[in-house]
Structures are given as structure tokens and as C-alpha cells.
Design a protein around this ligand. Sequence first.
Ligand SMILES: [Zn+2]
Length: 228
Amino acid sequence: MKIIDAHSHIDYITHKYQSDVVGTICCTTDESQWSKLIDIMNQDSNVYGAFGVHPWFVNSVKDEFEKRFEQLLKSDTQFMVGEIGIDKNKPNIDKQIDLFSIQLNLAVKLKRTIFLHCVGAWDKVLHILKQYKQSELPVIVAHAFNGNEDILQKLLACSNVFFSFNKIDVCGRNCCIEQIPKTRILIESDGKTKVVLTQLIETITDIKSDETMSNVIYENTQRIITNG
Ligand SMILES: [Zn+2]
């Protein structure tokens, strides 16, 4: 089995710790991690980088952020964008919206996959996404997807949205896996050492009753890395 972790962080390079994992997508949470992630990527070609500032760290953003972020993304066409988004449970929602919009806008302009963190703010995120034509939007990975049925249907209607999971509650809401086409499912550790990716594959294989899921998920992850 070959697995690529679709969402981790710089302190947990999943393929160093878990069997069958051959690559890891690492997201930064603030600007201070950008150069660290570049160092890690230079030493390990199986680490794929997503750069950005997480909504929890909106207050870390300094002047002329947008300029530096654009420069960074232009320095390497492989650099993706993440972890970005909006989190209703954290302060400074207006600042979070501004920061998300700036980062999304650059991802659209430069056609980079984004890794989206959204908690309780799907109305806001969808409102911002609607400002673009669907054909303009890059690949969007809804990380640790937690939306309700209505949100799920809206996102399913947008063909470039993928869904990544780090826990699957078979009896609970993650039964939405049944409704998501297999070509749009991803798995992730989110940098949590307790998440065992081979177990997630097994659970999804059971839910989908499809023995090809591990291959399909691997191919899905390669598609998001190459932006479609
Ligand atoms: Zn994360």
C-alpha cells in the first residue's frame, strides 16, 4: 500500500513514522515556519509544502505580508497554499476574513491548491468563494471536513473541492463519506501522532465496500499536489 498524508505539519513528517506512508504534505501555520519548511523540503523530496498563515495565528501577521507571500509563492511553482481559512471559535473574525481573502486571492491568481481550515464559518467561506467563477478556483482541500448536509451538497457541486479526514466516526456524521465520490476523498494525520493512516484506509474501504480505495486515495493525493 502507498499512502501520502494529505495534511500534516512541520513537526510531524508522517512518512518518517508510519509504515506504507511514502509522502507528506506539510502545511505551515505562520510565517516563521516558511523557511523551516523550505529546509525540510530541500532535505526530503517526499515532503510537499503548503505555505500560509492559519486563522488561529492571524495576529502574527506583519506589515507587507501580501508582498512577501506573493514573492514566496512565485519562487517555486510547486508551493501550495495552506493552512488558511476561518474559525468561528477563535477571535478576530474580521481579520481572519481579510487574511483568508488575501491568501485565497493569490492562490487563485497563481493556480495553487489550497488547504482549507473552516470551523463554523462555511457561510463566510462560501460567500468569499462565490466571488470567483468556478472555473477560476484552484483545487480546494476541505481539511478535517465537518460541515453539515447542506454544506456538503454545496461543496460537492463544486468539482474541484476534495475532502480530507483524520477521523471517521462510522455511526456519526462522517457517514458523509458514503456520499462523497471516491475520487474526492483524502486522508490526513493533521500532525497528530495517534492518527494511523492505514486504519483510515481500512475504514474507508469498508464504508465504500471498495478494495481499490487505497490506490484511489493515493491517486487523489497526487492530483491535488499537481493541482488537478
Ligand atoms: Zn492542520
